[in-house]
Write a protein that binds this ligand. Structure first.
Ligand code: TMP
Length: 206
C-alpha cells in the first residue's frame, strides 16, 4: 500500500506522517516512511538546491528538478519497498508538483501530468491525505517556528492558488483522496487518519 500526504506550508503533515508510521509499525506492519523532495541521497542534494532562498530557479527547471528527485525516489526506494510488501508513506509526491508547479506557478497541467507519469513510471498512490489549512494560518505557523525556505517566501496569492489546485485535484479523483481539516487538534487529525488507514488495511486483508 502506497500512502501519500499533501498539504500547504505549516499544515502539520510531517508530524502526521511520522505518527502514522509509528502506529503501523507498532501494529506489526513493515513500514517505510519517506519524503519528497529529499528521500534519497541524490534527492537530499536536490532538496537543498530547491529550497534555498538564494536559488534562482525558473518554473520549468524547478519542475524538472522535482521530477528528477521523484524519479530517483520511485526507482530506488518506493518501488523496491512496495515489492518487499512494505507500506510506503511519503510526505509529498506527484500531486505536489501539480499543485505547486501547475496551479501555483501556472505551468501547463497536461504537459506536467505527462512528465509525472514518465518520472514515476506510472506509480500512483493508493490513498492520499490532504491536510487542509488556510494558507495565511499555515504560513504564520511556519514563521513562528522560525522557518523560511524559497516557498515560504512566496506570496499569499501563490499559496492560495496551490490550495485551490489541491481542491481541484480532489474533486477530479475523490476516491483516492481524504481531505482533513488541519485546523483541528493534532490528536483529532491523527485519529481520523488512523481510522481511514485501518479501514483500508482491513478491506485489503479480506
Ligand atoms: P516540505 O516543506 O513539505 O518539506 O516541502 C518542500 C517544499 O517543496 C514545499 O514548499 C512544496 C514544494 N514542492 C513543490 O513545489 N513541488 C513538488 O513536487 C514537491 C514534492 C514539493
Amino acid at each position: 500500500m502506497f500512502i501519500t500526504f499533501e498539504g500547504g506550508e505549516g499544515s502539520g503533515k510531517t508530524t502526521q506522517v511520522r505518527l502514522l508510521g509509528e502506529r503501523l509499525t507498532q501494529l506489526g506492519y513493515q513500514v517505510m516512511v519517506t519524503r519528497e523532495p529529499g528521500g534519497t541521497p541524490l534527492g537530499a542534494k536536490l532538496r537543498a538546491l530547491l529550497l534555498d532562498v538564494e536559488s534562482q530557479v525558473e518554473p520549468r527547471a524547478e519542475l524538472l528538478l522535482y521530477a528528477a528527485d521523484r524519479a530517483q525516489h520511485v526507482a530506488t526506494l518506493i518501488r523496491p519497498a512496495l515489492a518487499d510488501g512494505k507500506i510506503v508513506i511519503s510526505d509529498r509526491y506527484a500531486d505536489s508538483a501539480l499543485a505547486y508547479q501547475g496551479y501555483g506557478r501556472g505551468l501547463d497541467l497536461t504537459a506536467l501530468r505527462q512528465i509525472m507519469v514518465f518520472a514515476t513510471s506510472g506509480l500512483q498512490p493508493d490513498l492520499t491525505f490532504f491536510l487542509d489549512l488556510d494558507p495565511q494560518q499555515g504560513l504564520a505557523r511556519r514563521a513562528q517556528a522560525g522557518a523560511s525556505n524559497r516557498f515560504e517566501a512566496q506570496t499569499l496569492e501563490f499559496h492560495r492558488r496551490v490550495r485551490e489546485g489541491y481542491l481541484a485535484l480532489i474533486a477530479a479523483e475523490p476516491e483516492r483522496w481524504v481531505r482533513i481539516d488541519a485546523d483541528q487538534p493534532l490528536a483529532v487529525v491523527q485519529g481520523t487518519i488512523f481510522a481511514v488507514v485501518e479501514e483500508r488495511l482491513q478491506l485489503l486483508q479480506r
